[in-house]
Design a protein around this ligand. Structure first.
Ligand SMILES: *Cc1c(COP(=O)(O)O)cnc(C)c1O
Length: 496
């Protein structure tokens, strides 16, 4: 098979092997690594549909990570998709309310990020060995709630790694916070930041691009890497479940051979929907990519006007994993629709940094015709949870509700009757406060930990093991700091 190289969206790093791109996380020029070309599905879909999840993962991932051997990838896949997932299907599909919910939350932290983050630590270790890195890998992660816990779970006790997670102190749910602050593992560190997610994300990005700081750490035997969705080792495993789902629909007779489906994705950093876009570019029959935002509707405006404008106040919503004003992974789409022109990307990014906004050309905008963007307010999100629960006897979380709400708006707008897959990104048990209150106002303000049992009772579901008894677990992490102190915290932890 021919070798696939990666390059930076900002033009300085070129012909980078996938293992190096995974270890670095972010390109040296601050850009994101993208494959030089999107590999194609080169077998008939019918023959792929006999594969189980790990087999399909091997087929897809080996096309992107071409410098890994088959045995190395098999090892990473086996380590990732084991009993940690409470469904042998890994990402089961549930038909409700006229759509197909792709339940991506059956992993150890009850959110879709587990699908990629249970594999990334293994990819990273194999990659580091491959390129002869003799330093300890330090994962720095900014989280709006779900990435942090999923990364902690993935990296806890993985030898020769440390993981440091920063989260916005008042920007995550109580359950999310407790999931992180109770994390075990000698190599795990969790720090609350006074600020919102964008502050935290900017802080981490600055540390990654601080050459002097990085060199000092290198001399002390450490190397930074990222578990955020800017790492292509996160993105590639996510492509798998869209293809798996399509095959699933075909096998069960829900769609005909070659029939196009639409995919609706509740979106924050634009990673999950970008994976769906890559699946489409690989040759999967996909029509529209429905980008669903919450009240932080920067992407909705962008898709509809071609202007990306971050000059607004971040709104804290009931879908906190999507409370984001600067969607990092959008840069990969911009690069693609610019025809791979790093000069254009550099000028857009510079406009964003200097003026707080950028505008793409109409040619670029035309290339985004497959994307539909809309948003749901918090009120609509609550109504959607209630509607889906009472009409279809199905409990969804706030993020998934944003996805379903926008899917319904799209259908009303377009009359498009294509079968649609909704990326169901979190378990309702992860956001019990909002979910219970949506179903009945009498639960408003109740303690999130006791609401877990109430939700189980009204839904007839069991409280997932991953979260059972979390209210009484011991808190192991309690550091709080300002964004300006992030570097100091890291040097303290590493003792340098
Ligand atoms: C992270 C997350 C999202 C947003 O995904 P992106 O890849 O950042 O767009 C949506 N829902 C949940 C529950 C998440 O954890």
């Amino acid at each position: 098979m021919s070798k696939l190289y990666y390059r930076s969206t900002r033009g300085t790093d070129n012909r980078i092997e996938s293992s190096r791109a995974i270890v670095r996380g972010i390109a040296t020029d601050g850009g994101l690594y993208v494959p030089e070309a999107i590999p194609q599905i080169d077998l008939p879909l019918g023959s792929l549909s006999r594969m189980d999840y790990p087999e399909l993962a091997l087929y897809i991932i080996s096309k992107f990570l071409t410098d890994f051997t088959e045995d190395e990838l098999k090892y990473c896949i086996r380590k990732a998709y084991d009993k940690k997932f409470d469904s042998p299907k890994i990402t089961p599909l549930v038909e409700k309310g006229g759509a197909f919910f792709l339940e991506l939350f059956h992993g150890p932290t009850l959110a879709f990020k587990d699908v990629a983050l249970s594999m990334l630590p293994h990819l990273l270790k194999v990659a580091a060995n491959k390129i002869g890195i003799d330093k300890e890998i330090v994962i720095l992660t900014a989280t709006s709630g779900d990435t942090g816990k999923a990364a902690l779970e993935g990296f806890a006790n993985v030898e020769e790694t440390k993981i440091i997670v920063f989260y916005p102190k008042d920007g995550v749910s109580k359950i999310q916070e407790r999931q992180m602050t109770t994390q075990a593992g000698d190599n795990t560190y969790v720090i609350a930041i006074e600020g919102d997610f964008d502050d935290v994300q900017r802080g981490v990005k600055n540390i990654f691009s601080d050459r002097i700081f990085n060199e000092a750490l290198n001399r002390s035997g450490y190397i930074f890497s990222s578990a955020n969705s800017i790492n292509i080792g996160r993105l590639v495993p996510q492509v798998v479940y869209y293809i798996y789902t399509y095959l699933n629909l075909g096998r069960s007779g829900k769609i005909g051979a070659g029939e196009k489906i639409n995919i609706a994705v509740p979106t924050g950093n634009f990673g999950n929907i970008l994976a769906a876009y890559y699946a489409k570019k690989m040759g999967l029959p996909v029509g529209k990519l429905i980008c669903a935002s919450n009240e932080n509707n920067v992407l909705y405006d962008f898709i509809n006007t071609g202007v990306y404008d971050k000059k607004r106040k971040l709104i804290v919503t009931s879908s906190p994993a999507m409370d984001i004003l600067v969607s990092s992974n959008l840069e990969r789409l911009l690069y693609d629709i610019s025809g791979g022109n790093a000069d254009i990307i550099n000028s857009l990014i510079s406009d964003l940094n200097k003026k707080g906004e950028f505008k793409i050309t109409s040619e670029m905008k035309d290339k985004m015709a497959d994307f539909y963007g809309d948003f749901a307010t918090d009120k609509e999100t609550f109504e959607t949870i209630k509607y889906v629960f009472y009409n279809f006897n199905y409990l969804i979380d706030t993020h998934t509700a944003v996805g379903y709400n926008v899917y319904r708006k799209y259908v009303d707008d377009s009359g498009d009757k294509s079968k649609t897959v909704i990326a169901s990104t979190a378990s309702p048990f992860k956001f019990p406060g909002s979910v219970a209150r949506a179903i009945d106002k009498k639960y408003a303000g109740m303690d999130e930990f006791s609401l877990l049992e109430i939700l189980a009772e009204i839904s007839g579901l069991k409280v997932p093991n991953a979260i059972k008894g979390i209210g009484s677990r011991e808190i192991l992490h309690s550091t709080v700091c300002e964004t300006s102190q992030m570097k100091d915290v890291i040097t303290d932890i590493l003792g340098v």
